[in-house]
Design a protein around this ligand. Structure first.
Ligand code: ADP
Ligand code: MG
Length: 346
C-alpha cells in the first residue's frame, strides 16, 4: 500500500482502513475496559453488573455542516443526537454529555447562545446531563466535539458482533430523508447564491429539512425494547447509510445478509424530491447516511414480538458469511451491497 516516497494518501485507505491501521496494535490492558475500539461506543466496567459506555464525535464546519443554511440552534440539537445515537446503539441509557467548541471570531456570542439553546433543549428531551466541555479559538471555522456517556446492565449491552444466521434485520423509522434534506438545502443555496434577499422554496419538503437539520435520537426504541424484554443480538446506529452500516454488522458478526428492496421504508417526501431531482430514493437510503435510526438484529423467534412494537420494519435476515451481503429487488435480482457508491448488479 505504501508509495515509494514513503507517503500514502488517506484516500487510498478510506476512513475505516485508516482507523484499522492506526489502531492495529492497540490492545486494552485494564480489567475495567470491557470493550475497546470498533463498536458504536467503548464500554467500561461499573460495579459488578453494569457498564458505562462512552463515545466521541467531531463535527467540522464545511465538512459536516454549512453555516449558510444550518441554524445554530438546530446544529446544537443535532450534535447531541449524533453522540446520543451511538450510546443508544449499545442499548444503553444516555446520561452525561460534554461539548467542546473551537470558535473563530466570525461567530458572535449570540450565535453561540443559539447553539447552546439547541444543545440544552436536546439534553432535556433525552434526560441527559450536560456536564462540561472545552473552549478554544479556531482559525478554520467552527468545530464541535461531543462526548456522551451512558449506562447499561452488562447482560443487556448490545454490540455489533452478535448477529447470527437467520436473525431478522430490523430498522426504525425511514431512510434517505436526511440526505434528501441536504440535497434540497444545497439546491436552494446554489439557486439563490446571486439573489439579494433570498427566499428559499421549501414548500412541501419540510419533513426532509427536519430530518437533516434536527434528527431525533431514537431513545423511544431503546425504552420500548426494554419494556418488551427484547435484547437485540446486534445493533448499530445508521449514520453512514444502510449499506455501509449493515456491512459493519456483517463484518463484526462474521455473517452475510439479505435485505429486500421493497421492505426498505422510505418516506413519501423522500421519493417525491428524489424524482424531482432525478435521483434514486433507494440509493439515498442505502448510501445517504445521517438518518440516525437504529439497525438491529433479533432471533427469528422474536418476529411476533417485534412486529407488535409497531415502530420497526423487518427488512431481511442474516445469512452465512460466505454468501455476502445482498439487496434483493422485486424482480428477484441480487445486488451485492457496497459500503459506498452505487450498488452494482450481478
Ligand atoms: P460511529 O459512526 O458509530 O460514530 P465511527 O465510524 O466514527 O463510529 O468509528 C468506528 C469505531 O472506530 C469506533 O469504535 C471509534 O471509537 C473508532 N475510531 C474512530 N476514529 C478513531 C480514531 N481516530 N482513533 C481511534 N479510534 C477511532
Ligand atoms: Mg454509530
Amino acid at each position: 500500500m505504501e508509495k515509494k516516497n514513503g507517503r500514502t494518501e488517506i484516500a487510498e485507505l478510506g476512513e475505516f482502513g485508516l482507523i484499522d491501521r492506526l489502531m492495529a496494535d492497540v490492545e486494552p490492558k485494564n480489567e475495567t475496559t470491557l470493550l475497546g475500539c470498533g463498536d458504536d461506543a467503548a464500554a467500561v466496567a461499573a460495579g459488578e453488573r453494569e457498564a458505562v459506555v462512552c463515545t466521541t464525535d467531531l463535527l467540522t464546519e464545511g465538512v459536516d455542516f454549512d453555516l449558510t443554511y444550518f441554524p445554530l440552534r438546530h446544529l446544537g440539537y443535532k450534535a447531541v443526537t449524533v453522540g446520543v445515537s451511538d450510546i443508544l446503539a449499545m442499548n444503553a441509557r444516555p446520561e452525561q454529555l460534554l461539548l467542546s467548541i473551537g470558535v473563530s471570531a466570525k461567530i458572535s456570542v449570540e450565535a453561540l447562545d443559539d447553539l447552546y439553546e439547541g444543545v440544552k433543549f436536546a439534553c432535556r428531551e433525552l434526560g441527559v446531563d450536560f456536564v462540561g466541555g472545552d473552549t478554544r479559538a479556531s482559525l478554520t471555522g467552527l468545530t464541535l466535539h461531543v462526548t456522551v456517556l451512558g449506562r447499561v446492565e452488562r447482560d443487556r449491552m448490545v454490540r455489533r458482533d452478535g448477529a447470527r444466521i437467520n436473525d431478522l434485520i430490523c430498522i426504525t423509522g425511514n431512510l434517505g430523508a436526511a440526505y434528501m434534506g441536504l440535497r434540497l438545502l444545497e439546491r436552494e443555496k446554489r439557486v439563490l447564491s446571486d439573489v439579494k434577499n433570498p427566499e428559499p422554496q421549501f414548500g412541501g419538503y419540510e419533513y426532509l429539512l427536519e430530518r437533516y437539520l434536527k434528527p431525533r435520537a431514537r431513545k423511544d426504541i431503546v425504552d420500548a425494547l426494554r419494556e418488551e424484554g427484547i435484547v437485540p443480538t446486534s445493533m448499530i446506529d445508521l449514520s453512514d447509510g444502510l449499506a455501509s452500516d449493515l456491512m459493519q454488522i456483517c463484518k463484526a458478526s462474521k455473517c452475510g445478509a439479505r435485505i429486500y428492496l421493497e421492505r426498505i421504508p422510505i418516506a413519501k417526501q423522500t421519493t417525491a424530491f428524489a424524482e424531482e431531482i432525478h435521483a434514486d430514493p433507494v440509493v439515498a437510503a442505502l448510501n445517504g447516511g445521517e438518518d440516525h435510526e437504529l439497525l438491529f438484529t433479533v432471533p427469528l423467534s422474536m418476529q411476533e414480538k417485534i412486529m407488535q412494537l409497531g415502530m420497526v420494519d423487518v427488512i431481511g435476515h442474516i445469512t452465512a458469511e460466505n454468501t455476502g451481503a445482498y439487496l434483493v429487488t422485486p424482480d428477484g435480482s441480487d445486488i451485492r451491497l457496497k459500503a459506498q457508491g452505487f450498488p452494482e448488479k450481478e
